[in-house]
Design a protein around this ligand. Structure first.
Ligand SMILES: *Cc1c(COP(=O)(O)O)cnc(C)c1O
Length: 425
């Protein structure tokens, strides 16, 4: 459930008409609903809490889904931890009030500088994805006299997710190590006085709408846990990753957090481990929209009707990157039969196409639309291609709203470059 609703023919976010924000801030602009973020977090937390096998489960919001300070601060106040994949994300989580003890550091290519930084701030856990990373971590920990908690990220050879490009658990993907390799690294880490290996981790993909691959992956993690324990190793944490799909409203709704929690609980039942979850999309996706304005409608003699928006693939990359579907809703739908539009942006690339032959209520130049379900992997992926300024971000909380990242000025954009001295004036 989210807090974007039509009221008297106008689309609202909580108590604020989205038109008001579009007029004051301009478009394109991201808008987030604080109530939706809080609600999604609570539903997820309560679903886990209802399963005795998941007692004490730790929730680390995947910062890469939405790293705005305001979003992180809302989740921090609810007690969320953070799953991070770079020093920048660790710094963002810390700055938003998530303590280091609640930050997990994941990622396939952590640099030495990043690992040293994570050791320095004392993150909760480092999820190690390869032998070279394990050896580097050991060396850095020895040099600092630290003994970091870590987990070994397993690639269970079970891919899942809404698109091949967001599948991470297939054997061929770059993430994690095989079950056999994980057992070997576990032994290596356990024998290392500078490392405190706590358990195993996995994350098999994103926008997962079928729980069976998750059940299978968790089963493999549980089997490996039993095997490691039989060999005398301590395994007291299992990080089950993220990946639960969010409804994008073009297909049946994905299973909810309750069903997901039952699957996770069944896998860890009897193991007496502390489970970690790293939800990103399911918390943030439906808590955000991207507002855009219709520049013009370009009707072709062949009957094609291009709806040219002021938002482009640089603002919302998902359709260009993953062929993703986003529901598109007019802020003030006009009466009349729906028409088929090819919805495109202004960027000079053919992939700057959000939808083809999409049936929408009739639109005119100047009308406002919202890309729904844009709160995750939206603003975080935005870029300035075509020298377009990053879209601002706005947070709505009840009847209040605030710009939580302003749109840069053109001077900001240009002033980041430098002329070399020999070309200077
Ligand atoms: C991206 C990612 C997540 C979050 O995935 P969602 O599909 O957004 O829930 C969790 N853990 C890791 C390691 C990730 O890379």
């Amino acid at each position: 459930m989210n807090h974007f609703d039509l009221r008297d023919g106008r689309l609202f976010c909580e108590g604020v008409a989205l038109e008001t924000i579009a007029e004051e801030v301009g478009t394109p602009a991201y808008v987030y609903s604080a109530a939706t973020l809080r609600r999604h977090y609570a539903v997820f937390r309560d679903a886990l809490a209802a399963e005795p096998a998941l007692a004490g489960a730790f929730i680390a919001f995947a910062v890469k889904a939405n790293s705005n300070q305001a979003v992180l601060a809302i989740l921090a106040r609810l007690g969320a931890g953070a799953d991070t994949v770079s020093e920048g994300e660790i710094r963002r989580a810390l700055a938003a009030g998530i303590p280091a003890e609640r930050i997990v550091f994941s990622g396939v290519g952590k640099s030495q500088a990043e690992l040293a930084f994570a050791l320095g701030v004392g993150v909760r856990e480092i999820n190690v994805e390869s032998e070279p990373e394990l050896l580097t971590l050991s060396r850095l920990a020895a040099a600092r006299g630290a003994r970091p908690d870590l987990a070994i990220r397993v690639n269970p050879d079970i891919g899942a997710g809404g698109h091949a490009k967001i599948t991470t658990g297939a054997g061929e993907s770059k993430f994690g190590v095989s079950l056999r390799e994980a057992a070997r690294l576990y032994a290596l880490a356990s024998a290392d006085p500078h490392l405190n290996v706590r358990g195993l981790a996995c994350h098999i993909g994103s926008q997962i709408t079928d729980l069976s691959p998750l059940a299978a992956a968790y089963g493999r993690l549980a089997d490996l846990t039993r095997e490691l324990r039989a060999s005398g190793y301590r395994v007291d944490r299992l990080d089950l990753g993220g990946g639960l799909g969010a409804p994008y409203f073009n297909s049946p709704d994905p299973p909810g957090p309750d069903a997901f929690a039952r699957v996770a609980a069944a896998a860890v039942k009897g193991l007496d481990v502390e489970a970690t979850f790293e939800p990103g999309r399911v918390i943030a996706a439906n808590a955000g929209v991207l507002l855009a304005r219709v520049e013009h409608i370009h009707a072709r003699p062949d009957g094609r009707r291009f709806l040219v928006l002021d938002a482009g693939m640089n603002d919302l990359m998902r359709p260009a990157l993953y062929e993703s579907f986003h529901d598109i809703r007019p802020l003030a739908p006009r009466p009349g039969p729906a028409l088929a539009y090819d919805v495109v942006g202004p960027v000079c690339e053919t992939t700057d196409t959000f939808a083809k032959s999409r049936l929408l209520a009739p639109l005119e130049a100047g009308d406002l639309v919202a890309f729904m379900t844009a709160g995750a992997y939206g603003a975080v992926m935005a870029n300035e291609y075509n020298s377009r300024r990053l879209a601002p971000e706005v947070l709505v909380d009840g009847a209040r709203w605030a710009v939580v990242r302003p749109r840069p000025t053109y001077d900001d954009l240009i002033a980041r470059d430098r002329l070399p001295p020999w070309l200077g004036a």
